[in-house]
Design a binder for this molecule. Structure first.
Ligand code: CMP
Length: 139
């Protein structure tokens, strides 16, 4: 599978609602943490049961989370891969690109730094993780 790295742009970061509250300095900071990758349609991004080192923001395109009962589609501005990173567990589901997709990748270590400096971002990610997993709150 051919995955291409590309440059993270200001516009891409600003397209993620979670980052919209950041000022210019905050966006500049987060741009240093993010890597970008383009994923061809059909490619598997996250595999259930794999160890987790990063989470992903969708800058463009669409992915499908393959759950036991039904699949959930996530699109531009949404994120995934946060559950295993926050809980330090294995991936809870397969996630596949259903269109040519551009992802912003945030490593677990950088997520910690980011949420220390921007607690409201950490809270928002934890809330989504909790509602998706239907489990106890994430520490
Ligand atoms: P993670 O467990 O790291 O890897 C699989 C991802 O699929 C998971 O994080 C979530 O981001 C996502 N996911 C799992 N369950 C749901 C759900 N019910 N709705 C949307 N996304 C989900």
């Amino acid at each position: 599978i051919h995955r291409r790295e590309f440059v993270v742009t200001w516009t891409m970061v600003a397209s993620v609602p979670l980052f919209r509250g950041l000022d210019a300095a905050g966006i500049a900071e987060i741009m240093r943490y993010l890597r970008a990758q383009s994923i061809p349609r059909g490619a598997m991004i996250v595999r259930k049961g794999d160890p987790a080192h990063s989470m992903y923001f969708i800058a463009e395109g669409e992915v499908e989370v393959e759950l036991a009962r039904e699949n959930v589609t996530l699109g531009e501005g949404q994120f995934f891969g946060e559950i295993a990173v926050l809980r330090k567990t294995l991936r809870s589901a397969d996630v596949r690109a259903t269109a040519a997709t551009k992802l912003l990748i945030l490593d677990a270590y950088d997520l910690q730094t980011l949420t220390k400096r921007n607690p409201e971002i950490g809270d928002a990610i934890r809330e989504v993780a909790q509602s998706r997993s239907g489990l106890a709150p994430v520490e």
